[in-house]
Design a protein. Structure first.
Length: 602
């Protein structure tokens, strides 16, 4: 890419970069969008198992009346339960498919699993538990153990039905109750439902020909088979020493797992469709005196600081100081150079943001060149899109792994692998024979909600959620959708977007637990959004945020509905235009008014 003297900071020519990004995006656009993927359960795949529990668990079905059923035992369901308790609501049940609490951190136990968001802001309820993470970016087992600690500390274990999947949810208008049926033949009757089902709960496989034909060993990263590989989340995959291992996918999961495979497996083939941005990790153990420096309320202050910076809001200090917040700081540095930033038009601001983005991307691409010795491999590992088009990744060992003689990057120039055969994987027309094939192909984030959770929800007058949300997701405040009284969604769509998902969950839990308490105090049995309030909220979301505009120009991925922004009804189908801070302020102010504006009650 040529440099132009007209550009600041020796950056390449912006027009040429835009064209390069467009070309790279266009060659990845596909007509089948999100439907290119299959989910594990529907595949009938042997991946659809829980490798972390003893097989054969049984229990008697339960029939119970309860105030609240919380669906999901990840941080969403746990925080919701904790906040219900804060509001004096003790009568609730948690239904969870896994064998323990933890959600994402229960399922994802692949080698190297680690949090990419600073653990001091990511791990919930640190002050309440008197806990301090051991490192700036904690590893998976510590986060999973933290979830279990929350479960014990707040007495949630007695409320949980583990290894249980919801099969159907039906609202009974006469009884003003939800009927919940499960895979263990339970029947729960509940006044309220909290859908804490998480965005990354349904693993997906690429819908490539032959996926079921592979005769070797295969699994999805969220169902890691340590019996086969040996070792644990810290590595030591000794049983792979004489194996040829293929990995499909190069997203945040693969970035963390591939260094362990490179170290331990005989030979590794990494099949790449689009490279991720891989910035420095810069992890460090928590300094011994860290806890003594903290005042009460420190975690909240730190979370707010991160969030505001991610929303592009100027802050006096950057408490996190990492590669996430760097983007906003870069923007402010540029603005400070301008004589009169307040007078900049939206277009001028956009241009400055684009240059800051380009500067960051050039540094990330430069890092690939510095680290990866083989120039062809280095060129293939360079990402060509704007920074937030895909989930940013951070790792210090991923790129050097490609300098190992036993590790081969099989770049497919945006096409993806051709097919799977009994012997291995075909990419670029060549067959790679493998003993083991690992799918690091992520989770179903972009298809309709009911497909992702695996059951339908039947609201008032038999209205099915799959029908209501067939073409678009539509809510009021992200929680309510008309026709489904007392059913509250905590997914984050049409809410505020932040990489620190537990922060959104915390705000949503406080909001919903407050609402449930208000209903009890006011003697209300049912609440749902008015048609007008839902329409107004959707119109505001549709007006779009800076992020929605960016999504249009991005290379395909789950951040932009696989290149079909607005055509599907997935998790990222729209956000509050004022970012997560705007969303949090909006729901806080709504609570403070106390008149439940926009909701109809009975
Ligand atoms: P992703 O969806 O991010 O990545 C899936 C990968 O599979 C992509 O590289 C994709 O390529 C590739 N792929 C899909 N189909 C094909 C095909 N036919 N041929 C070749 N490659 C293919 O899943 P991950 O599990 O990596 O991450 C999911 C999310 O989980 C992350 O985005 C992040 O939010 C979260 N996560 C968080 C962590 C944390 O630190 N907290 C750690 C790990 C994950 P393409 O890009 O071209 O679509």
């Amino acid at each position: 890419m040529s440099s132009s003297p007209n550009e600041t900071n020796d950056l390449p020519d912006l027009e040429a970069i835009r064209e390069k990004y467009r070309v790279e995006r266009d060659k990845r656009l596909r007509s089948d969008g999100s439907s290119q993927f299959h989910d594990l359960a529907r595949e009938g795949s042997h991946n659809d198992i829980d490798p972390y529990v003893e097989p054969g668990f049984t229990r008697e079905p339960i029939e119970q009346e309860t105030e609240v059923v919380v669906i999901g035992g990840g941080f969403g369901g746990m925080l919701m339960s904790v906040r219900l308790r804060d509001q004096g609501i003790e009568d609730f049940r948690i239904i969870e498919a896994g064998g323990d609490f933890g959600g994402t951190w229960y399922w994802n136990r692949y080698p190297g699993v680690q949090c990419d968001v600073e653990s001091y802001i990511y791990m919930p309820l640190l002050e309440e538990l008197g806990a301090i993470p051991t490192e700036k970016y904690a590893h998976g087992p510590e986060i999973f153990a933290h979830a279990q600690k929350i479960g014990r500390h707040f007495d949630l274990y007695d409320r949980a039905l583990f290894q249980t999947q919801v099969r159907a949810l039906r609202w009974d208008e006469d009884e003003q109750r939800w009927f919940v049926t499960t895979s263990r033949d339970d029947v729960l009757r509940a006044r309220f439902i909290c859908m804490a089902t998480g965005p990354y709960s349904t693993p997906k496989l690429p819908g490539i020909p032959g996926a079921a034909d592979f005769a070797g060993h295969t699994f999805h990263t969220s169902r890691w088979d340590y019996d086969y590989t040996g070792g644990d989340t810290t590595g030591g995959l000794t049983k792979l020493a004489d194996k040829r291992v293929g990995v499909i996918g190069t997203g945040a999961t693969a970035i963390q797992a591939v260094p362990h495979l490179g170290r331990d497996a005989g030979e590794v083939f990494v099949f790449q469709r689009t490279p991720s941005t891989v910035d420095v990790r810069d992890n460090a153990p928590t300094e011994p005196g860290f806890a003594d420096t903290l005042d009460p309320g420190w975690q909240r202050k730190r979370m707010d600081n991160f969030n505001a910076l991610m929303d592009g809001l100027a802050q006096e200090e950057d408490l996190i100081g990492d590669r996430w917040t760097e983007l906003t700081l870069g923007l402010y540095e540029e603005l400070e150079r301008h004589p009169n930033p307040a007078e900049l038009s939206a277009a001028e601001m956009g241009l400055i943001a684009e240059r800051v983005d380009l500067k960051k991307m050039e540094r990330i691409r430069g890092r690939v060149e510095e680290v990866v010795e083989d120039p062809v491999t280095a060129a293939a590992l360079k990402p060509w899109y704007r920074y937030l088009c895909k989930r940013p990744c951070f790792h210090d060992e991923y790129l050097p792994t490609f300098n190992r003689p036993n590790v081969h990057l099989i770049d497919t120039d945006g096409r993806g692998v051709d097919r799977v055969t009994a012997k291995g994987v075909v990419a670029n027309g060549q067959e790679y024979e493998l003993d083991c094939l690992i799918f690091a192909t992520g989770f179903d984030v972009t298809t309709n909600y009911t497909r992702r959770v695996g059951y339908d929800i039947e609201g008032r007058d038999g209205l099915k959620l799959s029908e209501k949300w067939r073409d678009r997701t539509s809510t009021f405040q992200s929680f309510h959708t008309r026709g489904f009284p007392n059913c509250f969604f905590m997914m984050g769509f049409q809410a505020g977007l932040t990489p620190n998902i537990p922060h959104t969950i915390e705000e949503q839990s406080q909001h919903l637990s407050w609402l449930i308490r208000q209903m009890k105090e006011r003697g209300l049995t049912a609440v749902e959004t008015s048609e007008a309030a839902e329409a107004d909220w959707c119109a505001m979301i549709d007006a779009g945020s800076g992020f929605s505009q960016l999504q249009q120009s991005c290379t395909p991925g789950y951040f932009n509905d696989e290149g079909k922004v607005g055509e599907t009804a997935g998790w990222l189908a729209g956000f509050h235009p004022e970012g997560s801070e705007g969303f949090f302020t909006c729901i806080r102010e709504w609570r403070a008014k106390g008149d439940l504006e926009g909701l109809e009650t009975s």
